[in-house]
Ligand binder design. Sequence first.
Ligand code: NAD
Length: 257
Amino acid sequence: MSVKGKTVIITGSNSGIGLGIAREMARAGAHVVLNSFTDSADDHKLAADMASEFDTDVRYIQADMSKGEQCRALIETAGACDILINNAGIQHVAPIDGFPTEKWDAIIAINLNSAFHTTAAALPMMRKAGWGRVVNIASAHGLTASPFKSAYVAAKHGIVGFTKVTALETAQEPITANAICPGYVLTPLVEAQIPDTMEKYEMSREDVIKKVMLERQPSKEFATVEQLGGTALFLCSDAAAQITGTTISVDGGWTAL
Ligand code: NAD
């Protein structure tokens, strides 16, 4: 079974990891649904450009993953969902006693609750099609913790638990559910922080990456969005048909420490 001709919906996929996974899926011939909460000309152009680059069907569907009904509407509007990649996510860093309630609520809604709603809407479609893959983008913070990231760590541990339940409820069907746990990934967002950090610490680019950003990543290298796309493709392959309810770390050894 290849992903060619399969419909893949990737939440939060107009940048970063989601976009990287979308590109690898399109390269492999999947029909891709891109998503974010915005609805700009750039969003639709991104889909059109990807469709012509990879000669496959690519659509952009606006839906705000902080709202349950919009999560479900994304799946319904797409009309099919063979592969669901729950990727949308945000971060906020603050100590627990100063953590803004609205930030806590937004992180739990986007990083965790959205996966419940999209999965609930997608499973009947997968069952009807007789095949399905759920791939949740968790984090090394789904398996370990860091101070000041309470909501993010809670949501990412939550998504790992939710992945296990999804796997158990589909265990006797041709559907699998797994979580990918990336360490630090070189997304445009991360790249943009490098010049400021170089100035702040008066360090070279190399030192900022190795000593500041990748302090906890033993490989001292970022994971790439292409590697995450490749991991998602592997989870959709026949070789991975008996891999369900588990996590795959793409973290340069972070969780081995
Ligand atoms: P990013 O900011 O580049 O991408 C986040 C995506 O989510 C964007 O497309 C954004 O538009 C979308 N999004 C945000 N709020 C949304 C909403 N309300 N509705 C719909 N879409 C929304 O960040 P990224 O680094 O690519 O992160 C993607 C996922 O990977 C997140 O779940 C993040 O927690 C996880 N992750 C990232 C890293 C890393 O180092 N970059 C490491 C581990 C896990």
